[in-house]
Write a new protein. Structure first.
Length: 534
């Protein structure tokens, strides 16, 4: 019988609320309490969120020591916060074991990078969407001015004749309502936008402008490719600038969206980490909502067990909470909005969104220890994943059970061997069902934790924070405090299970440790771990 390769965590990094690094994270966990703060995105409001404490400048010396000076400026100006957080967490992780950086490079294609995101870089998307909307409205306003739109000028002189000409060309094409005839101010705003969009599309002058633009954009590269490419780009810029000056037109809307939209797609953090670490193995983004970290860990363990990788940089990263982020969670009816901390397992008023990153460097135990690297925390020995195949948000009964059973089977363990367990618990009614599901498998002696009342709900990074918090405590022989106060346990949950860790922390019980994450879309991931032994 072939023995599965053992895996260990050889580096980890954290960016979280109040925690710019893993050392601050560990100290804050020991201190207990909540790390949430008021959300500033709407002006006055009742939302609390987890805002990461982070400064990319802290990592500037590391980057500039290895790359030309312009590299840091590119990272700072073109990449969004999820990638910044992932970079910071990666550099932290390298510091846990001297020599890790060189080993990841030396491994070539046998070192992989799996860093996922939950909601993606929403702030970059939001900022560019607003810029595009403003630019499009200004563009339409310019080309819908009768001075630059002879079709509209003719229509305004003789609406009936011009409408007839339009109908002859396209019978269903009727001009929208003239905004001057709309009495309601709010409706007039949208009517004006529709009016301008309609007439801009029919401007003969705009078609002439586009014909000129087509000529410059159609320039081809000749001769030496690299030199010719640079020359063509510069010539296009010169011609386009001259044309803009001649027409006195605003910049086209397609010039108002940052190329950062491309650099900050979901696999951006993984790609940037692979480049900074000179890691040549597979780099991609697993996306599994709140289960992202657990799914990335499973993929890493599987790659090592199959012999495809000796080390995997894995993790998850989320943007700083922004208005779209918060509003979407609120409309989904899963976020608390009463300006008070909503703790899991208590009043179940809803969760609090948070941003940041959690990143581990996972390695083949024999390979890494033979090279002098020492594992951290505990040993991940079993992992399971599943889908609910039911509701987009509310966890099912069978889905989480399947993930838990898989993880125990993978670990070769019985439920009676589990001593402590960390819940996904989001301070929503799902807390009750999660505890009920758990007790179908685990005994009443198991000691249970729930931590989203401390640092909030990182859509993808949250599971990594929770698993790292579990490992940090277990390595020290105890279970670190949670936000749950004495006497705060919800009565209905208390009827199902009584052993929960509070703000006082607890002595570590004997046995295995388990961690369940459940995600939007019904993705579940369960990790079972044990203390390091020979």
């Amino acid at each position: 019988m072939t023995t599965k390769p053992r895996c260990g965590v050889f580096g980890w990094g954290i960016v979280a609320p109040r925690s710019p690094n893993v050392d601050a994270f560990a100290a804050n966990l020991e201190a207990g309490g909540s790390w949430l703060q008021a959300f500033e995105g709407f002006g006055p409001n009742n939302f609390l969120v987890g805002v990461p404490e982070f400064d990319l400048e802290d990592y500037r010396p590391w980057i500039e020591e290895r790359f030309p000076p312009r590299r840091y400026a590119q990272i700072a100006s073109t990449l969004g916060t999820p990638t910044h957080y992932a970079i910071g967490a990666f550099i932290q992780a390298l510091g846990q074991n001297p020599g890790l950086e060189a080993e990841l490079t030396r491994l070539g294609a046998a070192a992989h990078v799996y860093i996922g995101t939950g909601v993606g870089d929403l702030e970059t998307t939001r900022r560019n969407a607003l810029a595009l909307d403003r630019a499009q409205r200004e563009w339409d306003r310019f080309w819908a001015d009768p001075v630059r739109n002879s079709a509209l000028a003719r229509y305004l002189e003789n609406p009936q004749q011009s409408t007839g000409e339009l109908e002859a060309a396209t019978p269903t094409d009727q001009p929208p309502t003239d905004p001057a005839t709309v009495p309601d101010e709010d409706l007039r705003y949208e009517a004006r936008a529709a009016w301008r969009s309609y007439w801009a599309a029919r401007s003969p002058e705009l078609r002439t402008y586009l014909d000129e633009l087509r000529e410059s954009e159609g320039l081809e590269i000749t001769g030496d490719i690299e030199r010719g490419r640079t020359q063509v780009i510069r010539k296009k810029q010169t011609l386009n600038a001259a044309m803009q000056k001649r027409w006195q037109a605003p910049e086209p809307p397609w010039n108002q969206v940052s190329a950062g939209m491309v650099w900050n797609i979901h696999n951006g953090p993984a790609s940037q980490v692979s480049m900074l670490g000179r890691i040549h193995g597979l780099a991609f983004a697993p996306v599994a909502a709140c289960a992202t970290f657990g799914v990335a860990l499973k993929l890493g363990i599987d790659a090592i067990r199959r012999g495809e990788a000796k080390a995997v940089v894995l993790g998850a990263t989320d943007p700083t909470p922004n208005p779209i982020h918060v509003a979407a969670f609120y409309k989904a009816r899963v976020i608390s909005a009463d300006a008070a901390v909503s703790k899991p397992l208590t009043g179940m008023r809803g969760t609090h969104v948070a941003g940041g990153a959690a990143l581990w460097i996972l390695g083949d135990l024999d390979h890494m220890t033979a090279r002098g690297f020492q594992p951290l925390g505990w040993e991940p020995v079993g992992i399971g994943t599943s889908a609910d195949a039911e509701h987009i948000i509310t966890p099912s009964h069978e889905g989480p059970l399947a993930a838990i059973r898989q993880a125990l089977a993978d670990a070769g363990a019985q439920p009676s061997e589990v001593g402590t367990w960390d819940l996904h618990a989001t301070a929503t009614p799902g807390d009750w069902s999660e505890v009920a599901t758990l007790r179908e498998i685990l005994p009443e002696e198991v000691l249970v934790t729930a931590r989203k009342g401390t640092f909030g709900h990182g859509m993808s990074a949250g599971g990594g924070w929770e698993l790292t918090a579990q490992y940090l405590g277990l390595a020290g022989g105890r279970v670190l405090p949670t936000s749950l106060g004495a006497g705060e346990l919800n009565g209905e949950i208390g009827k199902i299970h009584q052993r929960f860790v509070t703000c006082a922390g607890a002595t570590l019980p004997a046995g295995l440790a388990g961690k369940l994450s459940m995600g939007v879309g019904g993705v579940n991931a369960c990790v079972v771990s044990r203390a390091w032994s020979g």
